[in-house]
Design a protein around this ligand. Structure first.
Ligand code: NDP
Length: 291
């Protein structure tokens, strides 16, 4: 067997095209959906990420503002900026690029974002909504992984899904989304003995660890769907995932490549969340006017 690749670039392009259509229809009523991106400091990876996010907005017809702050900005000043953006009707989504400098409490900053503008889906309100199955923003990476499953008509219902990694931004929300989709979910982490015992039984494996090639072909059930969230740099600086592509590709049924897999989907889902925030804000304003 040779795994079929799930092309994240192509799927993300079709999602962006749909966002662009809906954003144009939205803009016809007066304004574009708006995203504010806050960058603190000079972290080179963060600079690349925020540039991509702003470019994605421009190309899909969304309005975006990039706020750059010196690494020395006081926490109170940053919180004040978020309060101003919360109150700005031109802004539907606020994203604070992580990591933040050590003197700033990232949790406090994320909680300062109004729940209806938390397009990264990292706040306690968004995580709680996901946990109890209420509508709310879904963290972009797991949301993108679910879209990848949908794109290959993989319905998680009744399947055994193994998520490797339990971070608040990837592993845990991924597991909750799979659970919501009626998979039987196993969450593995650094204290899991015999990881292969779990992954070999999985119909769907999501690897979100941050270790090059940690999932190899001997750990995968023939025909399984393998989603590689990992983004690592090898000794030559080349981007690679958590999955050992060479040994997993002959075993898995479907596999996401790195690069060109989950990464572009994460970016696309940020646009979807921002557009949906704008559409919701417009509906709420309409309802308020009708009262
Ligand atoms: P974290 O470091 O926050 O979490 C990593 C998780 O992996 C932890 O839960 C950890 O367990 C677990 N882990 C570590 N070692 C092992 C092991 N040997 N066996 C099983 N589990 C292990 O990372 P993130 O969740 O933020 O990111 C994970 C990866 O995904 C990274 O490579 C990151 O760059 C990438 N990423 C990619 C994105 C994309 O768009 N493609 C977006 C976001 C992240 P424990 O909790 O016990 O420490």
């Amino acid at each position: 067997m040779t795994a079929r690749l799930i092309d994240g670039n192509a799927l993300a392009a079709s999602i962006r095209a749909d966002v662009a259509r809906r954003a144009a229809a939205f803009a016809a009523h007066g304004r574009k959906p708006g995203l504010a991106v806050i960058l603190v400091g000079e972290n080179p990876a963060s600079q690349v990420y925020v540039r991509h996010k702003v470019k994605d907005c421009e190309e899909s017809g969304l309005y975006s503002v990039l706020e750059r702050h010196d690494a020395s900005i006081a926490e109170a000043a940053l919180l004040a900026r978020i309060a101003a953006l919360n109150a700005d009707p031109a802004i539907d989504g606020i994203l604070v690029q992580l990591p933040l400098p050590p003197h700033i409490d990232a949790g406090k900053v994320i909680e300062a974002i109004a729940p209806d503008k938390d397009v990264d889906g990292f706040s306690i309100a968004s995580a709680g909504a996901l946990m109890i199955g209420r509508p709310g923003f879904r963290a972009c990476t797991p949301y993108g992984c679910m879209k990848m499953l949908e794109s290959i008509a993989c319905d998680p219902r009744g399947k055994h899904a193994v998520v490797i990694g339990r971070s608040n931004i990837v592993g845990k929300p991924m597991a909750m989304l799979l659970l919501q989709a009626n998979a039987t979910v196993t969450i593995c982490h650094s204290a899991t003995p015999d990881l292969a015992h779990h992954t070999r039984d999985a119909d769907i494996v999501v690897a979100a660890v941050g270790r090059i090639g940690m999932l190899d072909g001997a750990m995968v059930k023939p025909g399984a769907v393998v989603i590689d969230v990992g983004m690592n740099r090898d000794a030559d600086g080349k981007l690679c995932g958590d999955v050992d592509f060479a040994s997993v590709a002959p075993v898995a049924g479907f596999l996401t490549p790195v690069p060109g897999g989950v990464g572009p989907m994460t970016r696309a889902m940020l646009l979807v969340n921002t557009l949906e925030a704008a559409e919701r804000a417009a509906r709420n304003a309409h309802t308020a006017r009708a009262r």
